[in-house]
Design a protein around this ligand. Structure first.
Ligand SMILES: *Cc1c(COP(=O)(O)O)cnc(C)c1O
Length: 303
């Protein structure tokens, strides 16, 4: 993980110089917000950022939820996202904006504080591995529940809230799995540690409604693509045993893209390999992200 430059508080600086003080408020208490965005190299050799507007809207929504005033406009942040790809001479990369509280004062209540903004980018391959993307991964339902919606805010990518996801993911990996699936506080499937969950049974696609989950941008894109491909998509709660008897399961996320799930809690899903509908959706997703479909061109921001 490396690049030439990082943008911090107004300018591009060298990667090694992008440091913060140990008294940085967010480091202690986690009130900060971030995004994860991908830039793809398109079929024509150009690079394009996937769903940039949606990601920056959500970034500002996350900040609004935790009452952080990002001292830049959405247009400025979008412009920096485009520039960082060029500055680092990337054609495909991941982009990570993060807004956080600066140093100066600790303690839970700080009246006046500086909101800092960094935009980082690096080359990040398949989040759950090339092998997982091609052949499917193994997931485990975690003993850690997803946040109760009244306790932590689930509609934003809020730094401190990821302790929950990290505990779940570590538990799954320690048990020999690749990823954790978390239940909501009512016992229904919520989402994975950093991905939304889809299941398919008898040609009907189901995904968790926007209750306890992060409203994934890949989730929204996949719902639209699947509907346009003629599939019925329901946003409806389902239980862990519905996953066990699903024909197909897959995860969506900017990092994980469209990753098939071949096993849940020791039960193989379908034939124990990526299912046909998952593969069709995955193929369409990558084609769209790489600019091969004119009708979805407005999802892309060319560099
Ligand atoms: C980022 C994230 C997702 C996926 O959202 P995308 O917008 O598709 O990247 C799902 N769940 C959690 C908890 C996340 O942090």
């Amino acid at each position: 993980m490396r690049a030439d430059k990082i943008w911090l508080d107004g300018k591009f600086i060298d990667w090694d110089d992008a440091n913060v003080h140990v008294c940085t408020h967010t480091l202690h208490y986690g009130v900060g917000v971030f995004e994860g965005i991908r830039c793809y190299r398109c079929h024509d050799g150009k690079s394009a950022i996937f769903m940039l507007n949606e990601h920056i809207d959500r970034f500002f929504d996350s900040a609004h939820i935790v009452q952080l005033d990002i001292p830049y406009t959405k247009e400025e942040v979008k412009q920096i996202c485009k520039e960082i790809v060029k500055v680092n001479k990337f054609n495909e990369c991941y982009i990570r904006p993060i807004a956080f509280m600066g140093d100066g004062q600790l303690g839970l209540y700080v009246k006046e504080f500086k909101v800092r903004l960094a935009i980082i980018s690096w080359v990040w391959g398949a989040y759950l591995g090339d092998e997982g993307l091609a052949n499917g991964i193994r997931a485990k339902v975690s003993s850690f529940l997803r946040h109760h919606v009244d306790s932590c805010m689930t509609k934003g990518k809020i730094c401190g809230h990821y302790v929950n996801s990290i505990l779940a993911k570590r538990e799954a990996i320690a048990a020999g799995y690749d990823e954790a699936i978390m239940l909501d506080t009512d016992g229904y499937i919520s989402e994975a540690s950093g991905e939304n969950v889809f299941m398919i049974r008898k040609d009907v696609i189901k995904t968790t409604p926007l209750t306890s989950i992060l409203p994934g941008i890949t989730r929204a894109a996949v719902i639209k693509l699947a509907k346009d491909m003629g599939y019925e998509v329901k946003e409806e709660r389902f239980t862990r045993d519905e996953l066990y008897i699903a024909d197909e399961v897959f995860f969506t996320g900017t990092a994980a893209e469209v990753t098939p799930v071949r096993e849940v809690d020791g039960r193989s899903i379908g034939q124990g390999k990526p299912g046909p509908i998952t593969l069709k959706i995955q193929k369409k997703f990558f084609e769209v992200a790489r600019g091969m479909h004119e009708e979805y061109r407005d999802w892309l921001t060319y560099i």
